[in-house]
Design a protein around this ligand. Structure first.
Ligand code: SF4
Ligand code: SF4
Length: 305
């Protein structure tokens, strides 16, 4: 994306295969070949190097984080959240913790229907836009047919992000890059008989929280389409167009160190420095601007303001 002149080795140079899992031996052999060093047989045992733990996280500025934050604001503490397969499954981890059960692709909505009957609670489920088109629609028909009392959320980030940004029927291009008819999630939901359908922009926390509250009050099945492009697509698009990515920073004079931004919202661009000040890593910030709405003390501002 940054058009660097660095030589890149990979599948296209024949150093990595198109098939098989990239295990330690396979990667070591490829690196040895690239560096032109002799391949050594690996002896089993401990490496003795301290490697920091790096759990998988939603990217800085990911719209799913904003949706989940709004859901937490709108819902009760004991709400059950069935989820599905995609980047958004990472909502399982603290501080968001909005993934209680995952079975298989497309199962979120079916579980929401079943749990709403067996627990007599309002369930909120999550699936991505690609999952919706792949396997999510049949359970939606069931929800409408049986009038199941649950909220089915489609996290529509305009791509199949987890597997590398492939298109799907909700995008304007097909798998071969040709122009294709774009099918809207909300049209399909209404078409199969869901009567309460709302489309929200998760970057507007107030609007998104209000939409979830309305869906929770509604008797019967509802669909919330939380629509905002994957932040990586947005950043790439800006770089290609030469548009500046606005960074954000914390006004240390206003910051009370309440840590709401870290412990409840959890954007990975936030860190606490050695003096205990909360800061935003300028390299990681992707400029979504959602944290500004999270801070109760108006301490987050655009760099340069
Ligand atoms: S604007 Fe705030 S929430 Fe968005 S990426 Fe930057 S630090 Fe994270
Ligand atoms: S939420 Fe605001 S006041 Fe609280 S620690 Fe973060 S920046 Fe500081």
């Amino acid at each position: 994306d940054i058009k660097s002149n660095v030589k890149i080795y990979g599948k296209s140079t024949g150093h990595f295969p198109r098939i098989y899992e990239y295990d330690v031996d396979l990667v070591r052999d490829a690196i040895c070949e690239i560096l032109d060093v002799k391949k050594k047989k690996r002896k089993p045992g401990r490496i003795g190097i301290h490697i920091p733990s790096r759990p998988p996280v939603l990217c800085a500025g990911c719209p799913h984080r904003a949706t989940y934050y709004a859901v937490k604001l709108a819902s009760k503490k004991d709400t059950i959240f069935p989820t599905d397969i995609g980047c958004y499954t990472l909502g399982k981890f603290p501080p968001l913790e909005v993934a209680d059960v995952l079975l298989c692709m497309g199962s979120n909505a079916g579980m929401a229907c079943g749990f709403s009957i067996s627990t007599n609670q309002k369930i909120i489920s999550f699936m991505g836009d690609s999952t919706f088109f792949h396997a999510g629609i049949p359970a939606l028909i069931d929800a409408a047919h049986h009038n199941h009392d649950c909220v089915i959320t489609v996290l529509d980030n305009r791509t199949t992000a987890m597997t590398g940004h492939q298109p799907h029927p909700g995008t304007q291009y097909d798998g071969m890059g040709r122009k294709a008819k774009m099918i809207k999630v909300e049209d399909v939901a209404r078409g199969v008989g869901i009567e309460h359908v709302e489309v929200v922009n998760p970057k507007n926390l107030k609007e998104t929280t209000a939409a979830f509250k309305r869906a929770l009050e509604y008797k019967g099945p509802s669909v919330i389409v939380s629509k905002s492009p994957c932040i990586l697509l947005e950043v790439r698009d800006k770089i290609e167009k030469g548009v500046k990515i606005q960074k954000y920073e914390i006004d240390q004079e206003k910051c009370t160190k309440c840590k709401t931004c870290v412990s409840r919202f959890g954007c990975v661009a936030f860190y606490i420095d050695k003096k205990g000040n909360v800061r935003i890593d300028q390299e990681q910030c992707n400029g979504c601007g959602v944290c500004v709405q999270v801070c109760p003390f108006n301490a987050i501002r655009k760099v340069g303001d």
